[in-house]
Design a protein around this ligand. Structure first.
Ligand code: G1P
Length: 227
């Protein structure tokens, strides 16, 4: 699309599974919780939790396990899962940033674009601090900033608003199907990270940031029918 590169003024990144490999730790902690409650759940089911808030994730797991809990019990078990997760990420380091991600963030910065983080996780800031990535983001939207869960686009819209940009001026990077739907629903150009069969709604799907230059990405997006 002619002029697409000039139209894009900002990039909005999801965190877990896009920039840092923390999704596996969420899975480990949720699985441990399910096991304590007497049932199991698969990595495929976990795909459906990615992008959901902590409470929404727990409610989905309880549904799978056919377990009823009072609101107070839900809060208790959410805390238990979070303590396990926090323990799992306590040794997170800059080397845990996914391959190519840091280089890509630098290129976006050098190209003069603005950057925001949009994550459903309440641990997003702590993950960014441990991996030394916090200074890259002009705006950080985390699990404390939003009231609605994906596929509602609230998180991305808040990020764009924080950057002072319209959705059509931003590219969203997402690995979760729910997040891709949210980005598309919000009017953003969405780059899916992962396998195309899981992310059919994305405008473009890439395996990751490794060996990807920002200019190459723009060229690929210019060839798609977006926004
Ligand atoms: C929450 C959820 C988790 C979900 C993650 C998305 O994280 O617990 O299931 O995958 O957001 O980034 P939390 O706020 O518990 O760190």
């Amino acid at each position: 699309m002619a002029g697409f590169s000039e139209q894009i003024k900002g990039c909005i990144f999801n965190l877990d599974g896009v920039i840092v490999d923390t999704a596996k730790h969420h899975y480990t902690a949720w699985k441990r919780l399910a096991n304590q409650l007497g049932f199991d759940f698969s990595i495929e089911q976990h795909e459906e939790l990615r992008g959901l808030s902590r409470l929404a994730s727990l409610e989905k797991i309880l549904e799978w396990g056919n377990v009823y809990m009072t609101e107070a019990e839900k809060l208790h078990w959410s805390d238990v899962k979070n303590n396990w997760y926090v323990e799992l990420i306590s040794n997170l380091k800059p080397s845990d940033v996914l391959p190519g991600a840091l280089l890509f963030l630098r290129q976006v910065r050098e190209a003069g674009l603005q950057m925001a983080l949009s994550s459903a996780s309440r641990s997003a800031r702590s993950v960014l601090r441990s991996t030394h990535l916090e200074p890259y983001f002009d705006v950080i939207i985390d699990g404390y900033s939003t009231r609605k869960v994906k596929p509602d686009p609230e998180s991305f819209l808040l990020a764009a608003q924080g950057l002072g940009l319209r959705p059509a001026e931003c590219v969203v990077f997402e690995d979760a199907p729910l997040g891709v739907w949210a980005g598309v629903a919000g009017g953003f150009t969405v780059v899916g990270i992962g396998q195309p069969e899981y992310l059919p709604k994305a405008h473009l799907v890439i395996p990751g940031f490794e060996n990807l230059t920002f200019n190459n990405l723009l060229a690929q997006l210019s060839g798609t029918t977006v926004a």
